[in-house]
Design a protein around this ligand. Structure first.
Ligand code: SF4
Ligand code: MG
Length: 318
């Protein structure tokens, strides 16, 4: 026990009347120990809502979150503390997530002291030193303030803060997309190195398919609050099955595009406030039929190993 085996996000639903843009419905995900599960989709598809709900920052209106078999979304008081340590989040914008007027030393000490009140001064300082070093920030810079650092350095510090409490599971919501393109790869590599050396499990939210291909063990593709395809990364990129996944992959410019099923999307993205009946993709899908307008497709396993929520796939006409 103790180590993360699996985190399960069951039948997650979340809706707010004003910001239905973030609504998710019937999202069912299991993250396996040691993997990086990427959740990919366009903005407004609900992927950040999944991240925040898993972290307990939003309360689902239905559904449950389990960690190693323990339901955690209804825990309160001290019972939730171990999970607050084991599960850490890295946000998109290091300017918003780091206090610019706090020294780096303080920023990193804070979560360590909170979760390890029994640690000595020396132990705390050693830990701060260790995480600063491991994210490539000079450990002698502890007295500097957040505002003295560049965006890329701030994101490294935010990563150090997450790592400082020795988490098992990290939710990263677009952790490189606010950064200069020139340093995105460095930060991505840092996250991959940390995964390797610290045995981390990731739920990685991104709109960037190149990141997914590089980083993901498995991929969940989301469209308008639903998961439409779930597959291991190789399978998804070599044989995308859901028409939306095919369209997403078609949009990546490639010199030699010999991918099968090259399709282009028609129509507009519906407003998430008034979701279409049946398959939420039916207004844009070249394979839509009457059934698609009525009946919500469920994720089902296919021969190729992917799980796909599509009537055409299920009926064998795609
Ligand atoms: Fe297209 Fe129908 Fe499949 Fe939805 S269920 S993706 S509308 S074929
Ligand atoms: Mg987002």
């Amino acid at each position: 026990g103790g180590l993360l085996e699996q985190i399960t996000f069951k039948n997650g639903k979340f809706q707010r009347r004003q910001e239905a843009v973030h609504a998710i419905n019937g999202v069912d995900l299991q993250v396996q120990k040691g993997e990086a599960l990427c959740v990919v989709g366009e903005s407004g598809c609900g992927k950040s809502t999944v991240a925040r709900t898993v972290m307990g920052l939003l309360s689902p209106t239905a559904g449950e979150i389990h960690y190693d078999g323990q339901r955690i979304d209804n825990l309160s008081g001290d019972a939730v503390l171990p999970y607050r340590r084991k599960m850490q989040m890295i946000f998109q914008n290091p300017y918003a997530s780091l206090n610019p007027r706090m020294t780096i030393q303080k920023t990193l000490e804070e979560p360590i002291r909170f979760h390890h009140p029994e640690w000595s001064e020396l132990e705390v300082r050693d830990k701060v030193h260790e995480v600063m070093h491991s994210v490539g920030i000079n450990p002698d810079w502890g007295a500097r303030f957040g505002h003295e650092f560049s965006g890329g350095q701030r994101q490294r510090i935010a990563i150090a803060r997450a790592l400082a409490v020795d988490p098992e599971f990290i939710v990263a919501d677009e952790p490189i997309s606010a950064l200069d393109v020139s340093i995105q790869a460095q930060v991505l590599n840092l996250l991959m190195d940390a995964q390797e050396s610290r045995n981390l499990t990731y739920l990685f939210i991104t709109h960037d398919l190149a990141v997914v291909e590089h980083f993901g063990t498995r991929v969940a593709v989301m469209y308008l609050g639903r998961v439409c395809e779930l597959a291991d990364t190789k399978t998804l990129f070599s044989t995308p099955r859901h028409p939306y996944t095919q369209a997403l992959l078609s949009a990546i410019p490639k010199l030699e595009d010999d991918r099968p099923n090259h399709i282009r999307l028609q129509g507009e993205v519906p407003t998430p406030v008034n979701l279409p009946s049946g398959c939420v993709f039916h207004g844009r899908c070249p394979y839509a039929n009457e059934r698609c307008k009525q009946e919500i497709p469920q994720l089902i396993a296919t021969d190729g190993g992917a799980q796909v929520a599509c009537h055409a796939v299920e009926e064998g006409r795609l």
